[in-house]
Design a protein around this ligand. Structure first.
Ligand SMILES: Nc1ncnc2c1ncn2[C@@H]1O[C@H](COP(=O)(O)OP(=O)(O)OP(=O)(O)O)[C@@H](O)[C@H]1O
Length: 679
């Protein structure tokens, strides 16, 4: 890449000094080139000073049972308070108490405290990802609130749980994030280059070809520590000025944790980044490496300053650390309300006398952090809006025209989401368990209905009735199989969707179209194979036209069922509820499909018009039986199932199925568009 281009893309060679890396760009891109240490991680354009003052957070004192009754109660209260001058607030519990401090660029602040002390709540407030009632101020560079939609997207946030596609490799995970998040001015080779550099920096190059793995894909993949590094890498890709991490070292051995904290320290120092991380129980070696410590106890700020000064400060206020103890362990004991006199109070309630005494001592002699002097934020840096990901200036393409470069093009977003989804879902769709189920059932049907569809068998009402039953089973079995696996899609991907939407990586419509495209091959392969096996074994109508029409009906039905499954999943985004709703719907559709009950009560008969199975079955009967079975002139004298069959118009049946498919797909889109952000 020409040096002028590199400057334009914010990869200034002289600013990079962290670690010598030499990587080969082979995968996919076909480029093979050594990258010198001079091109490692660029400095973010805008250093960020984070200031928080008097931050208090409250949660409802009582758990509110979700459900219709509670919603009605809430609505009633809202109406009452609208007509009354007194605003009645539900009882609340305060979980953060006046947290105040400043984090300068280049600093790493470790938030420590016992379990339940408010670390996660506080860090998610700093990231603008907490909807709890909060007072006080949190500002970046005195102007950006973390909840500002545009600003929030520029903050790197690594949550406690790893939100990743389990079926992708480490390289794919980072590469697809790079494509979705980095500006389109960067070429594909540059994006790959950045991925490789991050793999090197985080020490995960050797696992770049391994899958993430996990419960959903049923395979073990990379280790917990490596997953955490991938999650950090995803955020580092777009070079944020602020990186917030929630317990990045939990579950890691002490050496790996030490390396990780070391990497964070270097990233802060070299790139003038502002880094805040919660940390549960650091080893003494990690503690010594910490720059700044923010100690919390039951939502109170107990100490904020140089980690190295904390021991002396606590000794000054009467909490001297016993000799030889790990300071981190000691501070956690102190913050839990244990004074070190050998008597564990055992209680960590808000009225804990030990904690009260500590807070009094802190109040009497507060820690005064040595003056750091005014941090001068480099004026030559561009405004925040230009500093990150999507809005970097594309000075190569639009030099001098003042146009801003947005993220990847829409079709690229759709393409990446589609490919990613195909790779992720192949495990579930083509798992040996599900393949065994469908193929076992296909062979069983073939054996049970062996050659039932040949002309001679159709000559009797009983024989024709058997074929009608087979056709009903075919559409029911295949479509329900897809319906049930589709309901898991959105609940499983909910966290990923929310995370990527919060980062502004793509619009919902791109996600929807990408997923829809991925569904086509995934939902086609099994129905086509199973239908072909049954078709041949059962000896159904031996013409190419009938075969392809049958396949078309089966596929439209499967896509319709898949859409219904997606809709249920998207509407509930909760697996248990989605499963219950799917069972009720599935049985309703089956019972009203026309096979089991002929005389549906008039007041319930409208349901049968909504049953896609009914139209699919009618269409298949039209294709296979019309003109091939004896005409029943007098229904009372005919036996069996065929007595009441009216063939109807095949075109109409296709039309209704297509209409149902379109309406359901559109409903899935609406449900995602308006529902996903509220969960
Ligand atoms: N949405 C919420 N509703 C009710 N209580 C909440 C909510 N969020 C947090 N809390 C409560 O606030 C307190 C602090 O929780 P938080 O998760 O921030 O603690 P933590 O220090 O991160 O704990 P851990 O180390 O165990 O993750 C806890 O008592 C928790 O029960």
């Amino acid at each position: 890449m020409a040096s002028s281009e590199r400057e334009e893309n914010e990869w200034p060679s002289e600013e990079v000094e962290m670690k010598a890396v030499s990587v080969d760009l082979e995968e996919g891109g076909g480029v093979k080139r050594a990258v010198s240490n001079s091109s490692f991680m660029p400095k973010p354009r805008t250093p960020m000073r984070l200031a928080f003052g008097e931050v208090c957070t409250y949660v409802p004192a009582q758990f509110e049972v979700p459900g219709v009754l509670n919603s009605l109660k809430k609505a009633g209260k809202a109406v009452r308070s609208a007509f009354s001058s007194e605003v009645a607030r539900a009882p609340e519990r305060q979980i953060l108490h006046n947290i105040t401090g400043v984090v300068n660029p280049g600093e790493v602040v470790a938030i420590m405290g016992p379990s339940g002390s408010g670390k996660t709540t506080f860090i998610s407030l700093l990231a603008g990802r907490n909807g709890l009632r909060t007072t006080g101020t949190i500002l970046y560079n005195d102007q950006h609130k973390p909840t500002d939609k545009t600003f929030k997207r520029t903050v790197g946030f690594v949550s406690q749980e790893d939100v990743m596609f389990e079926g992708l490799t480490v390289f794919e995970t980072l590469y697809y994030t790079a494509v979705l998040r980095l500006p389109r001015a960067m070429t594909d080779a540059e994006k790959r280059e950045r991925v490789y550099i991050i793999l090197e920096v985080l020490g995960i190059s050797k696992v770049k070809g391994s899958i993430i793995g996990g419960f959903r894909v049923g395979r073990r993949g990379i280790s917990g520590g490596e997953k955490k590094r991938v999650a950090i890498g995803q955020e580092l890709l777009y070079n944020p000025s602020v990186i917030l991490l929630d317990e990045p070292t939990s579950g890691l051995d002490s050496t790996t944790a030490l390396n990780l904290i070391g990497t964070l320290e270097t990233l802060a120092q070299v790139g003038n980044r502002t880094i805040v991380t919660t940390i549960h129980q650091p080893s003494s070696r990690i503690y010594q490496m910490l720059d700044k410590l923010l100690l919390m106890g039951q939502g109170h700020l107990l100490f904020y300053g140089d980690a190295s000064a904390a021991t002396d400060y606590f000794a000054e206020i009467g909490y001297a650390m016993p000799y030889g103890m790990n300071p981190a362990d000691y501070f956690l004991d102190v913050a839990s309300g244990w004074s070190g006199d050998g008597e564990d109070s055992g209680s960590t309630s808000a009225t804990d006398p030990e904690l009260k005494a500590l807070l009094r001592a802190i109040e009497e002699k507060p820690y005064s952090r040595p003056e750091v002097g005014e941090v001068v934020l480099n004026e030559s840096y561009g405004p925040t809006a230009e500093a990150f990901g999507h809005q970097w200036k594309n000075s190569i393409a639009y030099r001098g025209e003042g146009k801003e470069l947005l993220g990847p093009r829409y079709h690229t977003q759709v393409y990446v989401i589609c490919v990613r989804s195909l790779k992720e879902r192949r495990f579930e769709r083509f798992s040996s368990d599900s393949l065994f189920t469908v193929f076992f059932m296909a062979i069983l049907c073939g054996v049970l209905w062996f050659q039932a569809g040949v002309g001679a068998s159709l000559a009797t009402y009983v024989g024709a009735g058997d074929v009608a039953a087979l056709l009903f089973f075919l559409v029911t079995f295949l479509s329900f199989n897809i319906l049930f696996s589709s309901i898991f899609t959105f609940p499983n991907e909910k966290n990923m969707l929310l995370k990527e939407r919060e980062a502004g990586m793509y619009p919902i419509s791109a996600f929807f179209f990408g997923r829809t495209l991925a569904d086509i091959p995934l939902d086609t392969l099994i129905p086509v194979t199973v239908t072909t096996i049954i078709y041949v074994m059962a000896g159904l109508k031996p013409t190419a036209g009938a075969f392809f029409l049958t396949l078309t009906v089966v596929l439209i039905t499967c896509f319709t069922a898949g859409s219904l499954g997606l809709l249920i999943g998207a509407a509930f985004l909760n697996l248990k509820r989605a499963q219950s709703a799917a069972t009720v719907l599935m049985l309703t559709i089956m019972l009203t499909g026309g096979f089991f009950v002929k005389d549906i009560p008039v007041w319930l008969s409208w349901i049968s018009y909504l049953s896609y199975i009914q139209y699919a079955w009618d269409a298949l009967i039209n294709i296979h039986l019309k003109g091939r079975v004896p005409v029943c002139a007098d229904p009372s004298s005919c036996e069996g199932l065929l007595a009441q069959i009216q063939y109807g118009s095949l075109g109409m049946q296709f039309g209704i199925l297509m209409l149902m498919l379109t309406v359901l797909r559109f409903a899935v889109y609406l449900s995602l568009r308006f529902g996903a952000k509220n969960r």
